[in-house]
Design a protein around this ligand. Structure first.
Ligand code: G3H
Ligand code: 13P
Ligand code: ZN
Length: 336
């Protein structure tokens, strides 16, 4: 069933776990997540970037999500807009039935230029006012991630604009966001760190500081793929050319979860799993040409990654414990 993201994050906070927020662009990815959720009894956050919405023309995505909700009534699912670049993007997501939106006002609407604090507050507050009137959850971002995905991102190192904890506190008070994405040195994509990250480049201490100041705000870690060596090796074994790279180790994410992180964004690891599986089929059985022969293994491979994350983040076992709440109840909740 589709639920507001806020209730998943509240349950995660009350029970001290994190929820993976997994990006999708097609049917097999949604199926992989839902099967992983069913097998582990996990609540899930499924998210779509602007690029994903364009790729699926919104209508395919909406109907696929409705199919997931229909086929898995026992799994609470939040449908989230990832990195909304403007209030208009967030409003159109709400019209499409998303139960949660991210207004990423850390960048200007071009998705590239770092915005000022004042600009960020203005667009985020505008989204909060409208979204909450519909019971929709809002995630904001303060600080800027490194790297660039699908034209979105300031580029550069993850350390260029790490979050200032004092500003984070002011931002939450000024906007009323439900969840706050923070920049602690990570980047989107497969190339985050050139060696296993230490505290110099992955600033988990900033999360601890922000959580001390904002114990009731749900924190979000973007760029949280772990970039498992075995997935990169599989891609390279079957003809890929990926450079050596390090992601965010699961033990660091678990440390974040101990300090208020409730939403953990993972896209790249699933992309790696899918690509490795497809390359393997192509290399080992070059006579095959039925898409099901490679999309099927790709889906299985992504499912395995999703299950691993659901177990590691602690969301496994919690789907059946969550009482579904309607959007109308959330409207009343926000009015108070
Ligand atoms: O924000 C990053 C996610 O990995 C989505 O990427 O914009 O290429 O769909 P995308
Ligand atoms: P990764 O590229 O590390 O998977 O991050 C995804 C993300 O943050 C989506 O918003
Ligand atoms: Zn992100």
């Amino acid at each position: 069933m589709l639920v507001p993201m806020r209730i998943l994050l509240d349950h995660a906070a009350e029970n001290h776990y994190g929820v993976a927020a997994l990006n999708v662009n097609n049917m097999e990815q949604i199926q992989a997540i839902m099967e992983a959720a069913k097998e582990t009894n996990s609540p899930v956050i499924i998210q779509a970037s602007r690029g994903a919405r364009k790729y699926t023309n919104d209508a395919y995505l909406r109907h696929l999500m409705l199919a997931a909700a229909e086929l898995y009534p026992e799994i609470p699912v939040a449908m989230h807009q990832d990195h909304g670049n403007s209030p208009e993007t967030c409003f159109s997501a709400i019209q499409q039935g998303f139960t949660s939106v991210m207004m990423d006002g850390s960048l200007a609407a071009d998705g590239k230029t770092p915005a000022t604090y004042e600009e960020n507050v203005a667009v985020t507050k505008q989204v909060v006012d409208v979204a909450h009137a519909f019971g929709v959850t809002v995630e904001g971002e303060i600080g800027v991630l490194g790297g660039i995905e699908d034209g979105h991102g300031a580029g550069g190192s993850g350390l260029d604009h790490v979050t200032d904890p004092v500003q984070a506190e002011q931002f939450v008070a000024a906007t009323g966001v439900d969840a706050l994405a923070v920049a602690i040195g990570t980047s989107h994509g497969a190339y985050k760190f050139s060696q296993k990250p230490t505290g110099d480049v992955l600033k988990m201490n900033i999360i601890e500081d922000i959580h001390r100041r904002l114990p009731n705000t749900h924190l979000v870690m973007h760029g949280s793929s772990s970039v498992p060596r075995e997935l990169v090796d599989l891609i390279n074994k079957y003809g890929g050319k990926m450079k050596e790279s390090y992601g965010v180790p699961l033990e660091e994410i678990k440390r974040g979860i101990k300090h208020g992180v409730r939403k953990v964004n993972v896209d790249t690891d699933n992309r790696l799993a899918i690509t490795g599986a497809i390359r393997k089929v192509f290399a080992e059985t070059p006579d095959k040409f039925d898409p099901r022969d490679y999309m099927g293994p790709a889906r299985e491979s992504m499912k395995a990654v999703c299950k691993e994350r659901m177990i590691a983040f602690g969301q496994a076992g919690n789907a059946s414990k969550i009482k579904p709440v309607s959007m109308a109840t959330m409207v009343a909740f926000y009015k108070k």
